[in-house]
Design a protein around this ligand. Structure first.
Ligand code: 13P
Ligand code: SF4
Length: 312
């Protein structure tokens, strides 16, 4: 019987590898990672690492972003099938046609998109910096926002902009209902409702706080409520519970029969697959050099603006 934790720790040193994990990974993976964060933090960690191999415990677009920022390094993804409904909703051929209808607009794309969409974008944003990056442009700047229509509509509402939205959703957050939140709130009137901006607008209006996974985590650490109703993916509860063991976190049920909002793509990664990926140095992300060149520009722009605004 292989001790995966021990073997992964050994391979990290032997191969000079770093494990970057998103908050939606299973707790065992979060606990063995060198860095756990949201998409913005992960992109920054990928941009700054000195390790020779990056092991990305997340989904494909995240590992692709790490590869774009580190074309000469090996970037491993434990399961190549770990996709994302938002990234899948926006094909570059369809998006190029859509963009051509608005020639005087710039394109801001949520990081949850393929390298092919990043190539067609002017600036990338994440849930941790989207509002501030939109506001860094003049009020009359015409903008296309892709691929998450819920996040786009939320930014439009907060900033008073009228960005043209691509019609994509996160299948995990979009399935949550106001009914489920209201039922939980009736049973727990003292609880704070915190929501990820990939949720539908009706849910966001019910929330006491809306933010990226990192922002939600910080909010639960820095406020003194005893209970939180969390409208997001279940993985984030692991860090919340670790940082605030005395508080209670309730995940919004998907429906009456299931209370697990697990992202089916994030949850494809297991300790065994992580170990095998490190041992075999495969599967790894491959991208053409010209794709990397084009897709890198809007990501670097995002990191530069975020630094200027003091967000990272
Ligand atoms: P953040 O962690 O950047 O908020 O993104 C959430 C998400 O759905 C990632 O796929
Ligand atoms: Fe994509 Fe949603 Fe899963 Fe994040 S939680 S990877 S946005 S499907």
């Amino acid at each position: 019987m292989i001790d995966y934790v021990q073997e992964i720790e050994r391979l990290k040193i032997e191969k000079n590898a770093i494990i970057l994990a998103h908050y939606y990974q299973i707790p065992e993976i979060q606990d063995i990672a060198d860095y756990v964060g949201d998409s913005l933090g992960l992109a920054q960690a990928a941009a700054e690492t000195k390790a020779e191999i990056i092991v990305f415990a997340g989904v494909h677009f995240m590992a692709e972003t790490a590869k774009i920022l580190n074309p000469n390094k090996k970037v491993l993804l434990p399961d190549l099938e770990a996709g994302c409904s938002l990234a899948a909703s926006c094909h570059p051929v369809d998006f190029a046609k859509f963009r051509s209808k608005y020639p005087d607009h710039i394109v801001l794309s949520y990081i949850n998109c393929t390298a092919g969409i990043k190539e067609l974008s002017d600036v990338i944003v994440t849930s941790g910096n989207a509002v501030q990056i939109v506001e860094s442009f003049p009020k009359d700047q015409k903008i296309i926002f892709a691929p998450d229509k819920n996040l786009g509509a939320y930014i439009n509402q907060l900033t008073g902009r009228n960005m043209i939205l691509w019609d994509g959703i996160c299948e995990v957050h979009d399935q949550l209902t106001t009914e489920a939140i209201i039922n939980l709130k009736l049973l727990n009137p003292e609880a704070q409702v915190i929501a990820h901006p990939e949720c539908d607008g009706a849910i966001l209006t019910l929330a006491d706080m809306v933010g990226s996974t990192t922002a939600m985590l910080k909010y639960t650490e820095n406020t003194n409520f005893k209970k939180y109703i969390v409208a997001s993916e279940t993985g984030i509860l692991h860090q919340m519970q670790k940082k605030s063991p005395e508080k209670e976190f309730l995940v919004v049920p998907k429906d009456e029969t299931c209370s697990c909002n697990d992202c089916p793509y994030m949850k494809l990664n297991t300790l065994e697959k992580l170990y095998l990926a490190m041992k075999n140095e495969s599967p790894n992300i491959e991208l053409e050099a010209d794709v990397i060149d084009r897709a890198k520009k809007p990501i670097i722009k995002m990191l530069d603006i975020s630094k200027k605004l003091g967000l990272i």
